[in-house]
Write a protein that binds this ligand. Structure first.
Ligand SMILES: Nc1nc2c(c(=O)[nH]1)N[C@H]1C(S)=C(S)[C@@H](COP(=O)(O)OP(=O)(O)OC[C@H]3O[C@@H](n4cnc5c(N)ncnc54)[C@H](O)[C@@H]3O)O[C@H]1N2
Ligand code: MOO
Length: 339
């Protein structure tokens, strides 16, 4: 790449796009990379402020920004997405279907820590829709050393940085507990909340029982639902510290592996997550899930619906951003909650 005076550039090959912005009218490339500069182009180039232009000089140790962006694309692109053509050095990834966006964030951070290149994305762990832009990427200089891009490949690792996973779960069981509901003193206003949220992911509540705060009965009901092959079980009521609160013990007694009782999320502190031996989630939902618009349930449900195991350290990381600000108008998921 060589910098020369625009007036002397006729016949040379431009090595990058030249952008023209006319306020309120247009923004776009007036000349593309690879364009052979003609006599009549000189006044146009001068009119967009280019007294000098870079022309291409072949060099085996460097890559043009578009070719380098293609390497960032190759380390990023995973299942159920496609990449746009490089435009002014930038490539975007677009979702091909609705699903859960997963990100290998350590790999992403490693690539972004190298300097001279960037990949910016949405947050992982959230639902995306077909057509959503997932990430954008480019290198910073016009040309970059091939060695640097090799370092990017090594930093990213062998698996793609991004994947969109389909929502595969179809059925759920709900165990409603609490003597006040069991004895008909109050109506069950919790189960409809769960049904509505699950329906957004195409999951139907196919099993439902209401029980008193009897841990043996709760344990048996969970086991029965699992035997009926539901994809997941949710228990409500009795999740906190009252003497009548027996649900965490009842879940533990099913033999499911407890990932965490308690989550650094408000609302949602008293959330419990466990997994059966065959990887199905059994969760205890605290009362706030019924009451508050958005809670821990909204943060874990996309992963549960996609059959992606939620691990203890992932729950622990929710602390930063785990405080819902109770905005007068809720814009979740386009807010800081869970991020
Ligand atoms: N001393 C403490 N009290 C509470 C704590 C605590 O740490 N220490 N945690 C609070 C938090 S945070 C939450 S969340 C709730 C958790 O409540 P539970 O999940 O244990 O729910 P219950 O105590 O069984 O019920 C609370 C409330 O909700 C009504 N409820 C429950 N299920 C239904 C249903 N299916 N339909 C209608 N209404 C339902 C229930 O009648 C109670 O009014 O605990 C805090 N307290
Ligand atoms: O923890 Mo409750 O589980 O926030 O409101």
């Amino acid at each position: 790449m060589k910098k020369i005076k625009t007036e002397e550039a006729v016949g040379h090959v431009l090595c990058h796009d030249i952008t023209q912005i006319i306020k309120g009218v247009s923004k776009g490339p007036v000349f593309r990379k690879g364009h052979i500069i003609r006599e009549e182009d000189i006044p146009v180039l001068l009119s967009v402020g280019k007294e000098h232009v870079y022309i291409w000089e072949c060099d085996d140790s460097t890559l043009h920004e578009n070719d380098a962006a293609a390497i960032l694309r190759d380390i990023s692109l995973g299942a159920n997405m496609h990449a746009t053509e490089a435009k002014e050095g930038k490539i975007e990834l677009i979702a091909d279907r609705n699903g859960l966006l997963t990100i290998r964030w350590q790999g992403l951070q490693a690539v972004n820590s190298l300097g001279e290149m960037m990949i910016a994305s949405r947050h992982g762990g959230f639902a995306v829709k077909q057509g959503d832009v997932l990430a954008g990427m480019r290198v910073i200089p016009l040309v970059i050393s091939k060695a640097k891009m090799e370092a990017a490949k090594a930093a990213a690792g062998t698996e793609p940085l991004f994947n969109v996973l389909p929502f595969t779960a179809k059925t759920a069981g709900v165990v409603t507990t609490g003597s006040e509901v069991f004895k008909g003193r109050i109506a069950d206003t919790f189960t409809p909340v769960i049904e509505d949220k699950l329906a957004e992911y195409g999951i139907a509540v196919t099993q439902h029982v209401t029980l008193a705060d009897d841990p043996a009965a709760i344990t048996a009901a969970i086991q029965d639902m699992l035997a009926q092959s539901v994809d997941m079980v949710f228990c409500t009521g009795g999740m906190s510290v009252d003497p009548d609160d027996q649900t965490p013990l009842a879940i533990k007694n099913t033999g499911a592996r407890i990932v965490s009782y308690g989550a650094p999320v408000l609302p949602g502190a008293m959330f419990l997550l466990a997994y059966t031996g065959d990887g199905r989630p059994v969760a205890g939902l605290p009362g706030c899930v019924m009451y508050s618009k958005r809670t821990i349930f909204d943060l874990v449900l996309p992963s549960l619906a996609a059959g992606v195991e939620v691990k203890a350290d992932e729950l622990a990381r929710l602390g930063e951003g785990g405080l819902c600000l109770n905005c007068p108008v809720c814009t979740f998921p386009n807010c800081g909650f869970g991020k």
